[in-house]
Design a protein around this ligand. Structure first.
Ligand code: ATP
Ligand code: ATP
Ligand code: MG
Ligand code: MG
Lengths: 227, 227
């Protein structure tokens, strides 16, 4: 479904070159549950941005359902992203002047979904993520973990085919983190592909497949004995 | 040294009242090592902001070395904060158009410290926090964990008497997190008071005293059997 072939991503800072991804070969099939782990700075977020069509390879090929993503222009890439990808950013990227509920609603407004259905879907998600009492708070009126949950709810609201979560429990206590993870794992039954970047080994071990990164490379890519 | 007496903090959102801190009695002495834990939304960041003079109680008293902080005006409070408090924010708050090194240097520039000493101190901190190769990167050219480490380095650069760290390892892998924690704990030998908000029970257990919060209250406040 998603395939990276020989993908490299280099950033340029002044006269310094940073090889954030080096020679990545990776294939993700529909319905997989994958965790990505590795030291700070090893390339996990860059990898996720690549998978989510938020960034393009410097060299190498990205195949989506067999077709080269590089053949798509920026607008076409953006459309595939909107329709197929849910992304939870490591730093949330919520819209500051919208409330929690409005932030979750935004992708549906952009997709032309009617108001009644939007309100219903937002209400369910707010409840699932324990945010009902904070629905009308703006991001700067929320705790760190509440912002993180808004970001997660927003990423799932359009029922994406691929859900990419960059350290979704980093600001959550243990119990809240497990609740959130169970909600994300519940989406697997709908056939989504779930990719979770995490620093928490216990969370990483729940996936069906665990990828370890180091210095921009894939160090290991193993199947785990989970259902 | 720091004492909160009967402190309450209420936020108003529209016509809703949020009691973020309820009836807090807390005393911190010089040289203590304290962890604060509790569910998402329980008031930990609000507590830390209060201790760091970034916020004022709605009701109740804040005593600093026996004197009422409420007797200080905003400018005096800001000066005490600059001179005595190092703060690691849950969302980092780095200056976007400054490099990592310049972000760490900024408090020293504001304090009038000469350029040579600033450069020397920045170099040591960059090395300690594994950021030497990223010194000239701006925050948007850093990974999440690298930003977090810049925020931590900046908080320590003025040798504060009180260091308040809001989830300082939330974006760090296990090894990097322990390295950072050891650096912070190393400052205890210089007599600082260290307060760490954390969701990680292993990290919380390293403190000499652990405070658990729930719904804006202190649930428990216990000494731990550490040196
Ligand atoms: N500026 C604000 N306006 C309104 N409500 C606020 C504001 N800041 C915080 N709150 C609310 O106060 C409560 C405590 O927030 P706080 O940020 O202290 O929680 P926390 O324990 O740090 O949570 P987390 O672990 O998620 O970071 C939360 O329910 C939050 O929604
Ligand atoms: N826009 C950029 N410009 C320059 N360098 C960058 C940029 N984005 C990331 N980097 C560098 O690329 C490397 C990989 O970054 P990335 O954000 O993918 O790491 P990460 O594995 O997600 O780390 P963390 O666990 O700290 O979030 C890092 O060393 C970082 O400094
Ligand atoms: Mg990252
Ligand atoms: Mg907080």
């Amino acid at each position: 479904m998603i395939e990276l072939q020989n993908v490299c991503r280099t950033f340029t800072v002044g006269d310094q070159q940073v090889a954030a991804l080096r020679d990545i070969d990776l294939r993700l099939d529909a319905g997989e549950y994958i965790s990505i782990m590795g030291p700070s700075g090893s390339g996990k977020s860059t990898m996720l941005n690549m998978l989510g069509l938020l960034d393009r390879p410097t060299t190498g090929t990205y195949l989506l359902d067999g077709g080269k993503v590089s053949d798509l222009n920026d607008e076409q890439q953006a459309r595939v992203r909107r329709e197929k990808v849910g992304f939870v950013f490591q730093s949330f990227h919520l819209v500051p002047r919208l409330t929690a509920a409005q932030n979750v609603e935004l992708p549906m407004i952009l997709a032309g979904i009617p108001a009644e259905e939007r309100k219903a879907r937002v209400q369910v998600l707010m409840k699932n993520y324990g945010l009902t009492d904070r629905a009308d708070h703006k991001p700067d009126q929320l705790s760190g973990g509440q912002r993180q949950r808004v970001a997660i709810a927003r990423a799932t609201v359009m029922n994406p085919t691929v859900l990419l979560a960059d350290e979704p429990t980093g600001n959550l206590d243990r119990n809240t983190g497990w609740e959130v993870l169970r909600l994300l794992e519940g989406l697997l039954e709908q056939g989504i592909t779930l990719v979770v970047v995490t620093h928490d080994a216990e969370i990483g071990a729940r996936a069906h497949r665990c990828i370890h990164m180091l210095d921009g490379r894939i160090l290991s890519d193993e199947s785990l004995q989970n259902d």
